[in-house]
Design a protein around this ligand. Structure first.
Ligand SMILES: Cc1cc2nc3c(=O)[nH]c(=O)nc-3n(C[C@H](O)[C@H](O)[C@H](O)COP(=O)(O)O)c2cc1C
Length: 230
C-alpha cells in the first residue's frame, strides 16, 4: 500500500472501495499458523493491564505451537479519537493510529485481545479513542471480520466494574463483525476480569484463571477459523 493510499483510507478520506483494494493488494500469503495480538490500553506502560493482557497471550500461546503472539502497549502512543468523527489533525501532524493499522488488519492475525483498566466503571479514554478510530476499518471493507476477539479488564477493586468494561469493549468489537468470545471453561463467562492489588495482579488467582481461560478460548476458535487443528 502506498503511503498516500494508506493514509487516505485510514483517515477516512476517499471511498471505502479504494481502501479495500489497498488492503487486498498488500495481503501476504497466509502462513500455517495464527497470530494473536494483545493491545493494552492503559496510559501506564508495563503496569497491570499490560500484565493481564500478557497473561491472556501466554495462555493463547500455550494452547498450540501454531499460535504466535504479540503485545502492543498504547501507553506513550498518541491516538486522537476526534479523527474518527472527521476532525482533522493539525496540518503536518500525524498520530500513532496509522502505525497500528497494518498490524491489526494483517490476514495472519486470527485473534485480537483488547485490555483496558477500569476507569469509573468503564474503559480508559485511551481505549475508547483507539476503538473509535476503528471506524476506519468499517470504511475499508471490514478487514477484522471473523477475527476472534477477547477482552480483559483490570480494576483496583474486586468488583469495580470489570464486567461492564468488558461488555462495553465487546459491543464496539461486534461492530466489526469480530467473533467475540468469553473466557472458556471452567470459568466461562464474559471475559477476563482481573483485580489489581497494589500494582500487582499475581495474587488474584481467580482473575488470572479467567485470563488463562480467555487466552485458551481465543486460540481455540482462531485455530478452528484458520482450519488448523489445535
Ligand atoms: C481515573 C481512574 C478511575 C478508576 N476507576 C476505577 C473503577 O471504577 N473501578 C476499579 O475497580 N478501579 C478503578 N481504577 C483503578 C484502575 O482500574 C486500576 O488501578 C488498574 O489496575 C490500572 O491499570 P494499569 O495498572 O494498567 O494502569 C481507576 C483508576 C483511575 C486512574
Amino acid at each position: 500500500m502506498s503511503d498516500d493510499v494508506g493514509r487516505r483510507a485510514f483517515l477516512g478520506v476517499g471511498a471505502g472501495a479504494v481502501a479495500a483494494r489497498a488492503l487486498a493488494a498488500e495481503a501476504p500469503a497466509p502462513a500455517k499458523g495464527v497470530k494473536i495480538i494483545g493491545v493494552a490500553c492503559s496510559p501506564r506502560k508495563g503496569k497491570t493491564t499490560a500484565a493481564a493482557v500478557q497473561a491472556v497471550l501466554d495462555a493463547a500461546k500455550a494452547a498450540s505451537p501454531a499460535v504466535e503472539v504479540e503485545l502492543i502497549e498504547l501507553a506513550d502512543m498518541n491516538i486522537n479519537g476526534a479523527v474518527a468523527a472527521g476532525v482533522p489533525l493539525p496540518a503536518g501532524q500525524e498520530d500513532d493510529f496509522l502505525k497500528l493499522v497494518p498490524k491489526l488488519s494483517d490476514p495472519r492475525v486470527g485473534g485480537i485481545i483488547v485490555g483496558s483498566p477500569v476507569y469509573f466503571g468503564s474503559m480508559s479514554a485511551l481505549c475508547k479513542a483507539f476503538l473509535d478510530r476503528w471506524v476506519a476499518f468499517r470504511k475499508a471493507n471490514f478487514p477484522l471480520s471473523n477475527k476472534v476477539a477477547g477482552v480483559v479488564a483490570v480494576g483496583g477493586m474486586r468488583n469495580g466494574g470489570q464486567e461492564l468494561t468488558v461488555q462495553c469493549i465487546q459491543a464496539a468489537l461486534m461492530c466489526h463483525e469480530m467473533l467475540v468470545v468469553g473466557d472458556g471453561r471452567p470459568t466461562a463467562h464474559r471475559g477476563a476480569t482481573v483485580w489489581n492489588q497494589g500494582d500487582d495482579i499475581t495474587k488474584d488467582e481467580l482473575g488470572l484463571s479467567t485470563a488463562k481461560n480467555l487466552g485458551r478460548r481465543v486460540a481455540e476458535v482462531a485455530l478452528r477459523m484458520a482450519g488448523i487443528a489445535g
